[in-house]
Design a protein around this ligand. Structure first.
Ligand SMILES: *[C@@H]1O[C@H](CO)[C@@H](O)[C@H](O)[C@H]1NC(C)=O
Ligand SMILES: *[C@@H]1O[C@H](CO)[C@@H](O)[C@H](O)[C@H]1NC(C)=O
Length: 242
């Protein structure tokens, strides 16, 4: 009898707790997103094991570009003073959004010349995988963006975070001897499961809603901006609640 009661207790016990803990999460269980036409990208450091890597903590810094060579800007993190981070928008139709074939664009540069006669120049986020070191280089460059990059939406990704064709994992690195070609606080993508180098930490780049500046050449450049789900203020999110 005792064994039977014990068994029953065990069965009930093992049955009861999983029901409470494995309840399916819904979008309401994640930080709320709003819709906006533009966004900045804010670093949310997920690897808290190297708190002394950077002199000033780079958590909640902004993605920006820094000149690294002729016509090339590499992605770095920057505090929002004295300059704010770069402003981006998603270029793509609703169908592009569903099939993850959008690009991440920046406001085009208006054409110079009398009355804006020269065509506007598009600028975008570009991702290139280096065969030599396996890193994904992130550029803020002239031209069209890399198709297959965007911000996570809906049920596919519960977080409004940047993804590229190589995944959604990013790192920011401490450069002991920064040069023009090797900037401090450089940002790279890494493939799923790749090792994070000693001098770098893992992070997500979260979309924070921003004001869209007027876009030069919206029609000529075939820009379709359906808006994006983003957070009002990334640093105000209390992750212990979600
Ligand atoms: C943001 O960072 C905190 C740690 O500071 C972590 O608990 C949380 O899961 C992160 N969220 C995302 C979406 O990166
Ligand atoms: C925007 O996306 C469309 C395709 O959806 C493409 O034809 C166009 O070149 C893109 N424009 C920019 C500035 O990226």
């Amino acid at each position: 009898m005792l064994t039977a009661t014990l068994l029953l207790t065990l069965l009930l016990g093992t049955n009861a707790s999983p029901i409470l803990t494995t309840r399916q999460k819904t979008p309401l269980d994640y930080p709320p997103r709003k819709m906006a036409k533009a966004f900045t990208l804010v670093a949310n450091i997920t690897d808290l094991s190297k708190p002394d890597l950077f002199d000033a903590p780079v958590n909640h810094w902004y993605l920006a570009g820094v000149h690294v060579g002729a016509g090339r800007d590499a992605a770095i993190l920057r505090a929002d003073t004295p300059l704010p981070g770069a402003v981006f928008f998603i270029n793509g139709t609703g169908q592009d959004i569903s099939s993850q074939s959008t690009t991440v664009a920046m406001p085009p540069i208006a054409g110079a010349g009398g009355g804006g006669t020269n065509p506007p120049t598009p600028q975008s986020l570009q991702f290139t995988k280096s065969e030599s070191d396996g890193r994904i280089y992130v550029g803020l460059n002239f031209g069209r963006g890399t198709v297959g990059s965007g911000i996570g939406v809906g049920l596919r990704d519960p977080y409004a975070r940047l993804f590229s064709p190589f995944g959604a994992s990013f790192i920011v690195c401490h450069e002991p001897n920064p040069t023009v070609g090797r900037p401090q606080h450089a940002v790279f993508g890494i493939e799923y499961g790749a090792l994070v180098p000693e001098n770098c930490v893992g992070m997500n780049l979260l979309a924070q809603c921003a004001e869209l500046p007027p876009l030069a050449g919206e029609e000529e450049l075939h820009i379709v901006n359906e808006g994006v789900g983003c957070y009002e203020d990334v640093k105000a999110i209390d992750w212990s609640k979600w």
